[in-house]
Design a binder for this molecule. Structure first.
Ligand code: G4P
Length: 305
C-alpha cells in the first residue's frame, strides 16, 4: 500500500464519525422543512464532490444542482456535466459564487424546479406561500460564498415561526423564496482512492494528511494525459524532451522555478506545492478532473475535445 493510501485511510478514520453522523441527522431533520434542495458541487470534480446519499436524502424534493467554481473548470466539461445531471432529472446551472456569475439565472430555475409544488398549492387555494430552500454540499464547495452572494444585502432574516424548529433562521430573498441560513454539510465518498485524490487536488482535504510530493506526481500523471499544453505553457517546457516521467517533470518545475535545496539539489516538495497551488488557483488554466464514464475517452491531449 502506498503512503498516500495509508494516509487516506487515516483520514477516513478521522473524518467519518461523530460530527458527520450528526450532520447527516441534522440534514434529515432540515429536509422536512424545505421544498427545494439546492446542491452545490465543485465543477472540477462534479461526482467526487457529491455525497453519495444525496439522492436518497433529497427524494421527493425539487432539486437544483449548481456546478460551482465553473470559472476554474473546463468549459466543454461543464457543458457535458450539465447535460449529465439534467438527464438525471436535476435542474442545473454553472455558477461562480465568488463573482456572482450565473446567480441571476437561479430564480427562474426555482420556479421551474418547483412547478409541481406551486401548482399543488394553487389548486388548494394557497397563494403566495414562499418556496423554502436549503443549500447543501460537502465542505469547501462554496456554500457560504454562494449563500452570501445569492442572498445579497437586500434580504431580511426571519426568526422562529410556528411550525418551524426553534432556532432556525430563514433568509427571505423575496416574496417567493426563503433560504435556510445554515447550509447542510455532507461528506464525500472517502473510501474511493480516486475520489480522495481528486478532493486532495482541489484542496478539500487537509494537505497535512497527504504527502504533497505523491499528490503532485499523481496530478502530473493526470495533466500529462489530459492537459499537457497547460503544463508546457505554464512552466515553459516541452514534455517530449523531459526524461524520467513525472519525477523528471517535477524536477524540471523545480529547476524552472528555482526551487533548490543546498547544493543545487531540486527541492521536490516546494516544486510540488507550487504545482498544486497553481492548479488550485486556476493558473494552469481551466481544468476538470473527471468526466462521466462515457465521455472519458474524449479527455485527452488538450482538455476535452
Ligand atoms: P463552504 O461554505 O462550502 O465550506 O465553502 P466556502 O464558501 O467557504 O468556499 C470555499 C472556498 O472556495 C473559498 O476560498 C471561496 O472563496 C472559494 N469559492 C467559492 N465559490 C467559488 C467560485 O465559484 N469560484 C472560485 N474560484 N472560488 C470560489 P478560500 O480560499 O477559502 O477563501 P478566499 O480565497 O476567497 O478568501
Amino acid at each position: 500500500m502506498s503512503v498516500i493510501e495509508e494516509d487516506r485511510k487515516k483520514s477516513v478514520i478521522n473524518w467519518y464519525p461523530g460530527h458527520m453522523t450528526k450532520a447527516r441527522r441534522m440534514m434529515q431533520e432540515d429536509m422536512k422543512l424545505i421544498d427545494l434542495l439546492i446542491e452545490l458541487v465543485d465543477a472540477r470534480v462534479p461526482l467526487s464532490s457529491r455525497n453519495p446519499d444525496i439522492d436518497e436524502l433529497g427524494k421527493n424534493k425539487a432539486r437544483i444542482l449548481l456546478l460551482n467554481k465553473a470559472d476554474l473548470a473546463d468549459q466543454t466539461a461543464n457543458r457535458i456535466w450539465k447535460a449529465y445531471f439534467q438527464e438525471r432529472g436535476l435542474f442545473v446551472l454553472e455558477i461562480n459564487a465568488k463573482t456572482g456569475a450565473g446567480i441571476r439565472e437561479i430564480q427562474p430555475l426555482v420556479q421551474q424546479a418547483c412547478r409541481e409544488k406551486l401548482e399543488r398549492d394553487r389548486k388548494r387555494g394557497i397563494v403566495n406561500r414562499p418556496v423554502r430552500a436549503m443549500v447543501a454540499g460537502i465542505p469547501n464547495v462554496g456554500k457560504s460564498t454562494f449563500i452570501n452572494s445569492f442572498a445579497g444585502k437586500s434580504c431580511t432574516k426571519t426568526g422562529n415561526r410556528p411550525g418551524v424548529t426553534k432556532g432556525k433562521q430563514w433568509i427571505r430573498l423575496n416574496k417567493s423564496l426563503e433560504l435556510l441560513d445554515t447550509p447542510g454539510i455532507l461528506w464525500p465518498k472517502f473510501q474511493d482512492r480516486d475520489v480522495g485524490l481528486r478532493l486532495a487536488f482541489i484542496g478539500s482535504m487537509n494537505d497535512e494528511i497527504l504527502v504533497i510530493r505523491e499528490m503532485a506526481l499523481e496530478l502530473l500523471d493526470f495533466l500529462i494525459q489530459s492537459y499537457p499544453r497547460s503544463l508546457e505553457e505554464r512552466y515553459g517546457m516541452k514534455l517530449a524532451e523531459i526524461k524520467g516521467g513525472t519525477v523528471g517533470i517535477l524536477e524540471e518545475i523545480a529547476r524552472v522555478r528555482k526551487c533548490y535545496l543546498k547544493g543545487e539539489e531540486p527541492d521536490y516538495d516546494r516544486a510540488a506545492s507550487l504545482l498544486i497551488e497553481d492548479f488550485r488557483n486556476g493558473r494552469l488554466g481551466r481544468i476538470t478532473l473527471e468526466l462521466p464514464e462515457t465521455d472519458r475517452k474524449t479527455q485527452n491531449g488538450d482538455g476535452v475535445e
